[in-house]
Design a protein around this ligand. Structure first.
Ligand code: ZN
Length: 261
């Protein structure tokens, strides 16, 4: 699977113009039309399915009134994704998945399931390359290719992206036509921790409004999910998607976000 993520220092924020956002939004639509994107049966089912009950229930959560946390899982879909989705469904927890475009293209079914079960699906680049090593136009093309694959699986264009390795530069952000979602809690699951250590590492850092970095490509992370959810629930946390935990923020393309302000 894709290599693990690690955080890097952030450069200064890059201001964005509404004009650029508008132009890119329409170019994305044109791209979809021009490529004659085929939406497979999985995506058709996903888009035709009514929103699950958990979705409408969680939509009522007020993260100013109760502690919220956004669990995020990167680098899938992979061999453990369905097991994690089973756990989240049993616990009635929704999360956010930042999927790799080429994985979504080769395995669209778990991505379609992820979306149809009320989770948020974001863009984690086409092939998990370090976007800071690309030119600006290459960054834009890479993310667009990934979003086309995700849309082929889910029927919906993703609203958010997460840069592989958390790596961003002024150039990469200037060509990232999505809010760039980082994290304030690194579970450190990518360092070889076992499932108990992943739970302890996360619990020692989490606070209301946190965005937690994890990977559904890592077996102990998926094993840790039931206990992590139990411990967070014991502390009163409500589980929401990244878009929901940032709902008090006017999200701008090409701007990094780490947690609810
Ligand atoms: Zn990653």
């Amino acid at each position: 699977m894709a290599p693990p993520s690690f955080p890097v220092p952030l450069p200064p924020r890059t201001p964005r113009t509404p004009g650029r956002i508008r132009v890119l939004a329409s170019s994305a639509c044109l791209m979809l039309a021009a490529t004659g994107l085929t939406v497979g049966p999985a995506a058709a089912n996903a888009s035709a399915s009514p929103a699950p009950a958990a979705s409408s229930a969680s939509a009522a959560v007020d993260c100013d009134a109760v502690p919220c946390v956004a669990l995020t899982y990167d680098d899938g879909p992979g061999p453990y994704t369905d097991e994690l989705l089973d756990t989240l469904a049993a616990e009635e927890v929704r999360a956010t998945f930042f999927v790799v475009g080429e994985n979504a293209q080769s395995s669209p079914e778990p991505v379609a399931r992820t979306a149809s079960e009320g989770h948020e699906v974001g863009n984690h680049s086409w092939a998990h390359d370090d976007l800071t090593e690309k030119t600006g136009p290459e960054v834009a093309r890479d993310l667009e290719r990934a979003s086309l694959a995700i849309t082929g699986a889910t029927g919906s264009w993703p609203d958010l992206m997460r840069p592989p390795y958390g790596a961003v530069s002024e150039t990469s952000l200037a060509h990232t036509y999505y809010p760039a979602i980082l994290w304030d809690v690194d579970s450190r699951d990518w360092t070889g921790l076992d499932s108990d250590e992943i739970v302890d590492s996360t619990m020692s850092q989490v606070s209301p409004g946190s965005i937690v970095l994890m990977h559904d490509s890592i077996a102990p992370t998926v094993e840790a999910a039931p206990e992590l959810i139990r411990r967070l629930r014991d502390e009163g946390y409500h589980f929401v998607t990244v878009s929901e935990i940032l709902d008090n923020t006017a999200l701008e393309d090409g701007t990094p976000y780490r947690r609810r302000p």
